[in-house]
Design a protein around this ligand. Structure first.
Ligand code: ATP
Ligand code: LTN
Length: 341
């Protein structure tokens, strides 16, 4: 497709923090929809390393994870010829717009963010200002590119609503500057739950690796994690199984992996032992993740190819982002450099 045709497509934008191990929750809640929607949009997919440092990261791990996550975006089926895939810190406009948007975001709004409250509890030795003002950086990520649609899991709904409020506030204070983006939250799988503690969401940085399925887990580990996943004291699948957080979550995972409605899955396994269902779920997971991992390994063997995609994408992103940022600077009254004072 020519550059001008690409430019006419609406913009789809999303990002994942390079923390922990990319997990099935991230895939089902977000990445799967990036892949499904990429035909009709120009996709901008970011490895948001600046967000990741709101929680302390080991430098060498962070460096490796940025490349590994970008390779997993490609392995999931994002076409690098048609989309823009880059590392957030390669595009300085994100930090620049984030500062401005911080000045258009109220503390009262940030105080309501549940992710801040959750992460402050989990990391109570490091409740830093970045963790608190993180939604302004996320708004900058999205608004810099005049994004139309943002595919995310349900936990990001609140941040998306705040992004829309910030965009409207800025537009109303000055004149239309930012496109007001819409969230895309899937009907099924928007909140995949933890395997051992199914009342909380599956999180890729969970300190207990048995709580998540990593996209790079080898088959024996996948099978073991599913086998050990918490269910309830009943032994077989019934329509009531959907009400149980543990087995209900496994049924949802099966339905999304096999593109079935969850009620169809219940009908298919009704009366069967949990162990039989778990065996089939593990087979589906292995069948899905084995080819994913092969593609991933191939991409990681050609790091030069990967870094050239990231470099070219970052260059395009800087160009797109600088257009929005100069508009913003002009509207708020910053003097353009080089003009007579
Ligand atoms: P961490 O544990 O490292 O903070 P996380 O697993 O919560 O990370 P994020 O980087 O915050 O992942 O999220 C990346 C994307 O994955 C977001 O769109 C988010 O909504 C989605 N996502 C995260 N966890 C889940 C989940 N359990 N179910 C569905 N979607 C999810
Ligand atoms: N805050 C998101 C990650 C994120 C994001 C974005 C998602 C950062 N910038 C822009 C969509 C669009 C999270 O998952 N914690």
């Amino acid at each position: 497709m020519s550059e001008s045709q690409k430019d006419k497509k609406p913009i789809l934008l999303s990002g994942i923090q390079p923390s922990g191990h990319l997990a099935l929750g991230n895939y089902v809640g977000a990445m799967r929809n990036w892949v499904n929607l990429q035909e009709d949009y120009l996709g901008i997919f970011i490895v948001v390393d600046m967000h990741a440092i709101t929680v302390r990261q080991k430098p060498a791990d962070l460096r490796n994870r940025c490349l590994s996550f970008a390779a997993q975006y490609l392995a999931a089926g994002i076409d690098p010829e048609e989309n823009i895939i880059f590392i957030q810190s390669h595009v300085p406009q994100h930090a620049e717009l984030a500062w401005i948007l911080n000045c258009y975001t109220y503390m009262g709004e940030l105080n309501r963010m549940t992710q801040f409250k959750d992460k402050s509890k989990r990391h109570n030795d490091n409740i830093n200002a970045g963790l608190y003002s993180y939604p302004a950086l996320m708004a900058a990520d999205i608004l810099l590119y005049q994004s139309d649609l943002v595919p995310v899991g349900a936990d990001q709904k609140q941040h998306l609503e705040l992004t829309r409020d910030i965009a409207n506030r800025f537009n109303n204070t000055y004149s239309p500057t930012f496109k007001v983006p819409k969230p895309f939250i899937p009907k099924a799988g928007a909140r995949i739950m933890s395997l051992q503690e199914p009342e909380k969401k599956m999180s890729k940085s969970d300190s207990n690796a048995n709580n998540y399925i990593a996209l790079l887990d080898p088959p024996d580990v996948l099978r073991r994690k599913i086998k050990r996943a918490v269910t309830d004291s009943a032994r077989e699948i019934t329509p009531d199984s959907l009400q149980n957080p543990g087995i209900g979550n496994l049924l949802t995972i099966f339905s999304t992996l096999n593109d079935l409605d969850v009620n169809e899955v219940v009908n298919r396994f009704a009366g069967q032992q949990y162990s039989v269902f778990k065996g089939e779920l593990a087979d589906s997971l292995v069948a899905f993740l084995e080819p994913f991992q092969q593609r991933y390994n191939k991409i990681m063997d050609e790091k030069g190819y990967l870094t050239s995609i990231l470099d070219e994408s970052a260059q395009r992103a800087r160009y797109m982002a600088s257009k929005t940022l100069s508009k913003v600077y002009r509207k708020i009254g910053f003097v353009a450099p080089g003009r007579p004072r």
